[in-house]
Ligand binder design. Structure first.
Ligand code: ARG
Length: 564
């Protein structure tokens, strides 16, 4: 039970059960300023109920509350402000962390329900874009966060491995391709071919027809077409896998668009049976007039299926395969309309579970204020960016700590972590400016700053060389100086819950920055390693901070090096 719940239980009894404990809990606030107390209860609702002034109610409650968990109760206007008993509260949270370790902060409201997370989903034969990077980083963190809340995450890489572009690519490869070049540098080479196709097509109108007919052959299962497609896919995946390995991201499924080829007939049939499919400009569409959306294109005039058709099949498949309680699509906001249409069509088909589908949009990655393009002139390969970040991290670490062991491993954890943290620390809808110098700073709100704080706290524990263990410790502390830190440690679970409910990892990122800042301030003010009666308590606090920082970093997809 947390302190909010305890206060709610106390009020529930005092108020003769007039308002449920659950409702009371929701009414309890946390004052912005700690000088005003640790919890606040506004008395407006009660005032209406009891026809008394809110201030009078607050005064009455103040007289009645008599619990060892509060050391002081004050009334300010309509508010009842409560100050936790620092000693009892601090010792409880530290005891909780030491006994639960990485499990501290875990919640159970997910009840084991499956949450599918459509994430990353790059396109075969195209570069891994900054948008795909954001989707990967956000999706991966959401997976850890929902898991921490008791759900079962299923990470799906919905690869863009089907569509008319493959007809064009095969055409281009047949005309100008070189197998050796493709093997050497698959994505770069395939992209060059694709761009050449479009350039040539401006003056040669037969190319588009050839592209269409190759795609038709592909859809009809032509062996030659399929073999090329398979090869492009494999080569591209090899390249993507290197990026995923760098970032430590794994998937539960790589079922991409092509996976649904044999599952779309059924969707079309279902739509026909429900008379939802209508002819419009020679194509088959679902009208979404009531929903105030443009019609959703299901089948082109030549019978070819579309992105939306495959997403409809995928949604049905995911519901049947995983029985998701929530289905997330972490995709840039430019696809908002597509997901609105998708969800609307499924709603029209009578699937109630379409209400459990959520598009999780995010903003752009900017460089010097404009969109970071993977195509302008030369290709910005994400792998190069990550490697550059690792090299810079390595340099920074060498300056700070030249004798550090496992330099390469730590440089990777810090370099990649910096990119991930920079992405996640802002609300995901914000555009973010890509600046390696900025993300790799050891001060300010960066990944390296939090990692460095973790390493610093770990080194204190190494130096002290005591085993932090429940029961073995006795605390002589008043916990006054520690209060800023210990009261923050109590906020871990609420921050995780907010992150989960809003699909917003920045709640966790901001939280661990706060913890790191509070800890560094404490570290500057207090001689932690000084041997006296308070030392055990202080070390227990340092240990608790390492546990929370490490787990917080993990929830974002970052590692915590013990030394850096
Ligand atoms: N491959 C698509 C793109 O790069 C993203 C796919 C998103 N997922 C989905 N189920 N539509 O734009």
């Amino acid at each position: 039970m947390n302190f909010k719940q305890e206060l709610a239980a106390i009020l529930y009894d005092l108020l003769d059960q007039a308002i449920s404990a659950k409702e009371l809990e929701l009414m309890i606030e946390k004052p912005k300023n700690q000088e005003l107390g640790d919890l606040a209860f506004p008395c407006f609702t009660l005032a209406k109920l009891k026809r008394k002034s809110p201030n009078l109610i607050a005064e009455e409650l103040k007289e009645q509350i008599n619990s060892p968990i509060f050391e002081k109760v004050e009334v300010v206007g309509a508010y009842l402000n409560l100050f936790l008993n620092k000693k009892a509260a601090s010792e409880k949270v530290i005891h909780d962390i030491i006994s639960q370790k990485a499990a501290y902060g875990a919640l159970t409201f997910g009840n084991g329900g499956a949450v599918t997370i459509d994430m990353s989903s790059p396109n075969i034969a195209k570069p891994f874009s900054m948008g795909h990077l954001r989707s990967t980083v956000i999706g991966n963190s959401l997976a850890f966060i929902v898991e921490k809340c008791g759900y079962k995450p299923i990470k799906i890489n919905h690869l863009g491995d089907w569509g008319t572009q493959f007809g064009k690519l095969i055409t281009a490869y047949q005309l100008w391709g070189d197998a050796e070049k493709v093997k050497l540098n698959p994505i770069k080479e395939l992209l060059t071919l694709y761009i050449k196709f479009h350039k040539e097509a401006e003056s040669n109108s037969t190319l588009e027809d050839q592209g269409r007919s190759w795609f038709k052959r592909l859809e009809d299962g032509d062996e030659q077409a399929l073999a090329l497609w398979k090869w492009f896919r494999e080569e591209s995946l090899k390249e993507f896998s290197r990026i995923y390995q760098l970032m430590n991201v794994e998937f539960d499924s790589y079922a991409g668009e092509a996976f649904y080829n044999d599952k779309m007939d059924r969707v079309v049939k279902l739509l026909e049976e429900q008379q939802l499919l209508v002819e419009s400009e020679q194509a088959q569409v679902v009208e979404l007039t009531e929903e105030q959306l443009p019609p959703c294109l299901i089948k082109k005039s030549d019978g070819a299926t579309l992105y939306a058709t495959r997403d409809l099949a995928a949604a049905l498949y995911r519901q049947e395969e995983y029985q998701f309680v929530q289905s997330l699509y972490v995709v840039g906001h430019e696809q908002s309309l597509h997901f609105k249409q998708l969800i609307a069509v499924l709603g029209k088909m009578g699937y109630d579970w379409s209400k459990q589908m959520h598009h999780i949009p995010f903003g752009l990655m900017l460089k010097d204020g404009s969109k970071m393009s993977t195509r302008k002139g030369k290709v910005v390969l994400l792998e190069e960016v990550l490697n550059e970040s690792i090299a810079m991290a390595r340099h920074n670490i060498e300056v700070k700590n030249p004798n550090i062991p496992n330099k390469d491993a730590v440089a990777k954890q810090v370099g990649v972590g910096a990119v991930i943290f920079h992405d996640l620390k802002n609300n995901r809808m914000n555009d973010i400016e890509f600046s390696l110098e900025e993300m790799l700073r050891f001060e300010g709100e960066t990944g390296p700053y939090v990692q460095y704080t973790y390493a610093r706290a770990s080194s204190i524990l190494r130096k002290a060389n005591v085993k932090v263990d429940v029961g073995a410790l006795s605390y002589e502390n008043t916990w006054e100086k520690e209060w800023k830190v210990t009261s923050l440690l109590m906020e871990f679970a609420p921050a995780i819950k907010r992150a989960c409910k809003n699909f917003d990892p920045s709640q966790v990122a901001k939280y661990i920055i706060d913890v790191a800042q509070a800890f560094n301030k404490y570290y500057a003010d207090v001689k932690i390693l000084e041997e006296n009666a308070e030392q055990q308590g202080r070390l227990a606090l340092v240990y608790s901070v390492t546990e929370v920082l490490k787990e917080g970093l993990r929830l974002l997809g970052l590692e915590a090096p013990a030394e850096m």
